[in-house]
Structure formats: C-alpha cells, structure tokens
Design a protein around this ligand. Structure first.
Ligand code: ZN
Length: 466
C-alpha cells in the first residue's frame, strides 16, 4: 500500500550549510541566487539569534532554511561541549547552555546540571519524550521568528512596505527536524528504538505547529556496510511518515569510499525514498550526480558548506592547521595548493590564460584572478605567510593562508558548486571527463588521488559511449 506523500519542503537540490558567521560573505550578494536553501546548526541559532535573523531576512533575501537541532551533541563525551577558554575551564559553552534551557528535560538535568552524557533510557518515559520533541521543535519554529518581529526588523518591514515590496510574514523554517541520536554498529540496537519513538512523537509536535517534519538519520559507516543492521534500520524507519529524510553518514567521503560502500549508500537512499524524499546532509559531486542521473530518483537535496562539509565527522575533531586548497572542478575535489599546481600544469592549464579558462575553470573568480601569466596569477589561490606559534612547549613556524587567499579559494569553490548543481548533466560527458582526468593525473596525484574517477563511473553505471 502506498501512503499519501506530503509535499516536499526542500526547495531545490542545492543546499548550503551555514557553519559560522565568517561564512556569511560567501552566502550573500551574487552567491545568494546560486543555492536553494540553507541548513543552519542549532548552536549557531543559539549563539546569535538576532544577527542570524537579520542575515536571513534582510541580507539573504528571505532564503528558505531549516535548523539542525544537533541533539546528538548530548550523547557524546560532555567535555566536547565545554568552553575552549582557559578562564571557563569545565563550563559548558554559552550556546550549549541556551540549547539545554530550550530543550529542557532530560537534557537539562543530565547534561546541564550533572554534566553527564544522555543515555537511551533517559527517553523511556513517553510524556517526557513527547515534551522534549515539542521543545526541540518549538526552538526551531520560534527562535528566529521572535527576532524577526523585534523592533529593528519591524522597522525594516515598514521600510520595505513603503517601497512597495512584498513583505513576508511567514518567517519560519521550511520544515522542522525531529530530535535524533547517532547510531554506530555497536549502539544501533539501543538508539534505534529511541530514535523511532522520538520520530513518531515529533510527528505530533510538527503537526501541532503546522510544519512538515524532517527525520534525521545519523549512522556510522559500519552500519551502512552491515546488511543486517541497515535492513533493520530501513524496516524501522518505514514505520515513520516524514516529509523528508535527512541523512548523515559519519565522516563519509565519497572520494575515498569503496564502490561497495557507495552501492550501500545508494541502496539506503533508494529504500528510504520509497517512504519519503531524501536529503544527503553532507555530500559532494557524487551525490549530486546520483540525483541528476536519476540513479537515486528521490534524492532531492545535497548539502555542503562553504569551507568544509562534503563530509563531516559526528564527533567534532579539533581544528587542524588551515591549508589553502583549490577545488579542481574536473576532478570534483579540493586539492592542497601544491598538488593543485601540479595537476593544473599536467592538464595544460598554465599554457595561457585562455587554456586555463578553457581547461581548468572560467568561473567569475578565475576570470578575475587569472589575468596575466597563468602560473603566477594562480599563486593567488595559495599565498600564505609563516606564523610562529607554540605547540606543546616548542615554537613552530607554520604557513597560514592569507585571508584573501581563502576568499579566492572559497569564491571559486562556490561558483564551481553552483555549476555542478545547475549545468546540464550528461552521463556520457561525465564518464569521458572522469576517464581523461584519471589518465592525466594518475601519475601526478597517485592512484588514491584519482581512483574516484573510476569508482564513480562504475557505481553510476556510466560509459563514455552512451
Ligand atoms: Zn574558478
């Protein structure tokens, strides 16, 4: 029996994750029109709701958005939620405290008061669970809307109305997301029943606020690759009726995944797709190609961030050393600058400005940047300066990319992504290009640097002569 399908609350294939306020400049201005919807982490909403509301309403021109409630943060080691500042050692971060206040029990007592992790049996009480769902969803619906009706925004509305512009009064998320917890192969049997119960309760909370429900599924790669586990997960989620499934596989890189694992991802998305459309919350060009080639017809959204975000670990790891990286459009991969130089040279991109724009990239940023001798203009994507710092008692000098280097790289990346989602898609063209890059760059980047060209072709079932 087929169930009635809710209208799809995803506005288009291209979703961008708003990570930090520093990302804003890459999401505004001429970039606003390059993507369809924003995914915003709840901790960002908690951190600076007024600034975020004005960003969305005014500068991002009322771009549709939804909020990831990040409830999984409370199930891990609690020290991950503590402030980094030495003066506040052992204290929870301010945004975390705000979320705990908003979400209430059982998080309030377990995490907020006792500084302990949430466990599955914290949700065994059904009325407590239902209340938790109401509050987590209430936070998503209310927090930014309340800001939008504040004095400043009201003034802005009047200004727009005077100019005869349409004023939206519905400034809420496009959908609400059920509370969820991360499942790995060893803990799936504990968390799966909790996640399903929360999803069912959240359906009532979502109905009460009149919003479509997104059910987020967060699993380890081990779950994905273990057939008995993935089948049990699919069977359980088949009992839920969301408007959309939001999928996150822990630290899953499409570039290094074995073909079997990519097949498993396709299987999972196609099976969930029987129930509701699916969004890959952290995906790269492979996912975009899955949607555009109709290999996964119900994949309706693929999200990435301006800086990171084609894959993401569930447990945050400390910030590494920033490295300038250039997204090589034909390889659909971000390469450390030195590798990018060697790859561009091998592809003939440094022969002339014209060949660079033809063979490598002719996005707005590259047209503006690659103006003279291409090899020396290209250096603008990699300029860095040595900065001295102390690590574990020893002084080290590390090369940090200049702010303008980062700006060049991210803008080129955002234009490249826009093209991947929007340009006409041809399976045979893609197969041809991937084969050419595999051939030309194998000895430049090594087999593991180009192997995805072969893997993707195989898994997508592409041949150059279709
Ligand atoms: Zn470019």
């Amino acid at each position: 029996m087929t169930r009635p399908r809710s209208p799809n609350p995803i506005n288009g294939l291209h979703l961008v994750r708003y990570g930090t306020p520093a990302d804003q400049k890459f999401l505004l201005g001429e970039f606003v029109k390059t993507y369809d919807q924003l995914v915003i982490n709840a901790n960002m909403v908690a951190h600076a709701p007024a600034a975020l509301a004005s960003f969305l309403l005014q500068r991002a021109k009322n771009k549709p958005y939804f909020i990831d409630p990040q409830t999984h943060a409370f199930q891990h080691d609690i020290t991950l939620l503590e402030s980094d500042s030495p003066a506040k050692e052992g204290e929870l971060r301010r945004s975390v405290k705000t979320l705990i206040e908003a979400y209430g029990e059982p998080v309030h007592t377990r995490v907020g008061k006792s500084h302990t992790s949430i466990l599955p049996n914290d949700f065994s009480n059904s009325s407590l669970r239902r209340g938790f769902c109401d509050r987590v969803i209430g936070f998503q619906v209310k927090t930014l809307s309340m800001q939008a009706t504040s004095a400043d925004s009201a003034k802005y509305y009047r200004f727009l109305a005077k100019k005869g512009m349409t004023v939206t009064t519905d400034f809420g998320p496009s959908l609400v997301v059920a509370p969820y917890f991360y499942m790995d192969a060893a803990t799936l049997s504990d968390w799966l029943p909790v996640n399903i119960a929360l999803a069912k309760d959240a359906a009532k909370s979502a109905a009460a606020v009149g919003k479509p429900l997104g059910i987020q599924i967060v699993i380890s790669q081990n779950v994905l690759s273990t057939q008995v586990l993935i089948e049990s997960l699919i069977a359980q989620y088949a009992q839920t009726q969301p408007a959309v499934f939001l999928l996150w596989v822990d630290a899953f890189s499409e570039h290094v995944a074995a073909p079997q694992l990519l097949d498993a991802l396709i299987h999972l998305m196609n099976r969930l797709g029987i129930q509701a459309p699916v969004v890959n919350l952290y995906g790269g060009y492979f996912s975009v190609a899955l949607a555009r080639s109709k290999r996964v017809p119900r994949l309706v959204g693929v999200a990435h961030g301006p800086e990171y975000g084609e894959d993401r670990g569930v447990i945050p790891v400390g910030g590494g050393i920033p490295v300038a990286k250039f997204y090589l459009p034909g390889l659909h991969t971000r390469l450390p600058f030195r590798d990018a130089v060697r790859a561009v040279r091998a592809l003939g991109g440094f022969n002339s400005v014209r060949t660079f724009l033809q063979k490598i990239c002719d996005c707005k940023e590259c047209v503006a940047t690659i103006t003279e001798e291409p090899a020396s203009s290209f250096a603008l994507y990699g300029r860095s300066k040595p900065i001295e710092s102390t690590r574990r008692g020893t002084t080290v000098v590390l090369d940090y990319p200049l702010p303008e280097t980062k700006a060049h790289c991210v803008k080129h990346y955002m234009w490249s992504k826009a093209r991947e989602y929007d340009e006409s898609f041809s399976g045979s063209e893609l197969a041809k290009q991937l084969s050419e890059y595999e051939r030309t760059l194998g000895r430049v980047l090594g087999l593991s640097g180009v192997v995805q060209c072969r893997t993707w072709r195989e898994v997508l079932g592409l041949t150059a002569h279709q």
